[in-house]
Design a protein around this ligand. Structure first.
Ligand code: HSE
Length: 401
C-alpha cells in the first residue's frame, strides 16, 4: 500500500481523487500496489465530499508523516507550492504536479533536488492537459534531436477563439463560459494574455532542447487584441486564428515565442477546436509528430497527474526514465529581431498605397469596406514587420504559421 497526499483540492486536485477512486482496480493492477489518499491539504473544508475526513490544513502533518511517500501538488501559483514541493523532495517524497508556474520557473532546481534525494519530480499534466505529450518527448522521441515544436497549448483561449469563429460569441461571454467549465486559471489574465502558454513553451524547451527557458524571456502576445473582424477576415482568406506557442533551435540557439497566428487550413493545428490542444513536434529522425487531446479540464488533467503517480509507484519509487534539463542562459537564445515568418496585415490604406509598399510581393490580398488585408508571399523579420507598421496604417497584424 502506498500512502499519498494531495495538495490543493480544486478542479484538478478533486479530479485526481476521482480518477484514483473510479479506476482504483485498474490503477492498482498497473502499479502492483494499492494507492491510499491519506491526506488532502486545502485551506477549505469539504464537509459534503467523500474525502472530508482526509482534509488537513497544516502542511507539516503531511511532511512529517513517514508513511506518505508521494505527494500530488495541484495548488496552482508559485507560492507556497514551490516551498512545499522542495520540502517534500528533501524529505524523500516524490512529487507529481500539474503546476506549470512552478515547473517553468523552478523546474531545474526541483529536478536536481529529486535526483539528490533519490525520488522523482514528474509534471506530465503541466503541458497539454490530458495529452501524453511530455513523456512521449523525453521517452518515446529520445532517439531524436527535436528541431521545433508548434502548439495550441492553452485550452481556454482555444475555446474562446473557436466560440468566436463558430458561433460569433463575444470574447467576454466565451471567457465566462470557459471559466464555468473549469478551463481557465484562477486569474484568467494568465490565459488570455498568453502567460500560461509561455510557461508551457518554457517547459517544452526544457524537454525538447534540454534548456528551460525562463517564461519572462519569451516574447508573448495574448488574444485580447483579436477582434471578430480578424476572425472573419482570417476565415475568408482560408486561415484559422490560433494562439500558437513556438520554439525551435538552430545552430544551438533557441527561439521561443507565443502569439496569435493565422494558421492555414492545410495545417492540422487549424482544425484543433474548443478546449482541445494540439502539439506538433518535429524530430530529426521521425519528422513531424502530432499530439492531440483535451488541453484543460478536471478529469483529463487529473488523468495525466495519475499517469505520473502510476509511473512512480510501478517503478518502485522512481520513474524509469526521468525528465532532465538545465536553465537556459542568455547565450542560448537567438536574437528575436531576426526571427522571420510570413505576416498578415490589415490596413486602412488604399490599394495603391499597399501595392507601393508590398509591390507584387503578396500571396493573398483581400479588400473590404475601408480596409485591405495582405498576407506576404515571403517570410519577413520582426524588424521588417515593424518597418511596415511605420509606413502603413495597420489595424491589425499577425504572424502566419
Ligand atoms: N488554464 C489552462 C488552459 C489549464 O486553459 O489551458 C490547463 O493548463
Amino acid at each position: 500500500m502506498i500512502s499519498m497526499a494531495i495538495l490543493g483540492f480544486g478542479v484538478v486536485g478533486s479530479g485526481c481523487a476521482e480518477v484514483l477512486t473510479q479506476n482504483k482496480d485498474l490503477i492498482c493492477e498497473s502499479c502492483g500496489s494499492e494507492i491510499e489518499i491519506k491526506y488532502i491539504l486545502d485551506l477549505r473544508d469539504f464537509p459534503d465530499s467523500p474525502f472530508a475526513d482526509r482534509v488537513v490544513h497544516d502542511f507539516q502533518v503531511i511532511l512529517n508523516d513517514p508513511e506518505v511517500s508521494l505527494v500530488a501538488e495541484m495548488m496552482g501559483g508559485s507560492h507556497p507550492a514551490y516551498e512545499f514541493t522542495k520540502a517534500c523532495l528533501c524529505a524523500g517524497k516524490s512529487v507529481v504536479t500539474s503546476n506549470k508556474e512552478v515547473v517553468s520557473n523552478f523546474g531545474t532546481e526541483l529536478l536536481q533536488l529529486a535526483e539528490q534525494n533519490g525520488v522523482s519530480y514528474l509534471f506530465e499534466a503541466s503541458v497539454g492537459g490530458g495529452i501524453p505529450v511530455l513523456r512521449s518527448i523525453y521517452v518515446d522521441l529520445a532517439s531524436n534531436r527535436i528541431r521545433s515544436v508548434n502548439g495550441i497549448l492553452n485550452g481556454t483561449t482555444n475555446y474562446i477563439l473557436s466560440s468566436m469563429k463558430e458561433h460569433g460569441t463575444s470574447f467576454d461571454d466565451a471567457l465566462a463560459q470557459a471559466q464555468k467549465l473549469g478551463y481557465a486559471e484562477a486569474n484568467p489574465a494568465a490565459d488570455v494574455q498568453g502567460l500560461d502558454a509561455a510557461r508551457k513553451v518554457a517547459i517544452l524547451c526544457g524537454l525538447c532542447f534540454g534548456k528551460l527557458v525562463c517564461p519572462a524571456s519569451i516574447p508573448t502576445t495574448g488574444i485580447t487584441g483579436i477582434s471578430g473582424k480578424d476572425v472573419e477576415d482570417a476565415a475568408k482568406l482560408g486561415y484559422a486564428i490560433k494562439l500558437i506557442g513556438h520554439a525551435d533551435v538552430k545552430d544551438g540557439k533557441i527561439t521561443a515565442l507565443v502569439s496569435p497566428r493565422m494558421v492555414p487550413l492545410s495545417n492540422p493545428l487549424s482544425g484543433v477546436s474548443d478546449v482541445f490542444n494540439g502539439v506538433l513536434v518535429n524530430g530529426n529522425m521521425v519528422g513531424d509528430v502530432m499530439f492531440y487531446g483535451p488541453g484543460a479540464g478536471k478529469l483529463p488533467t487529473a488523468s495525466a497527474v495519475v499517469a505520473d503517480i502510476i509511473d512512480i509507484v510501478s517503478g518502485k519509487g522512481g520513474a524509469v526514465k526521468k525528465p532532465h534539463f538545465v536553465d537556459a542562459v542568455p547565450e542560448d537564445l537567438a536574437d528575436f529581431s531576426s526571427y522571420a515568418c510570413v505576416r498578415y496585415f490589415r490596413v486602412s490604406n488604399s490599394l495603391s498605397e499597399v501595392s507601393a509598399v508590398f509591390g507584387t510581393d503578396a500571396l493573398h490580398l483581400l479588400t473590404g469596406d475601408g480596409y485591405v488585408s495582405v498576407i506576404t508571399a515571403a517570410p519577413m523579420s520582426e524588424r521588417e514587420a515593424d518597418e511596415i507598421c511605420e509606413k502603413l496604417d495597420v489595424l491589425s497584424t499577425m504572424r502566419v504559421l
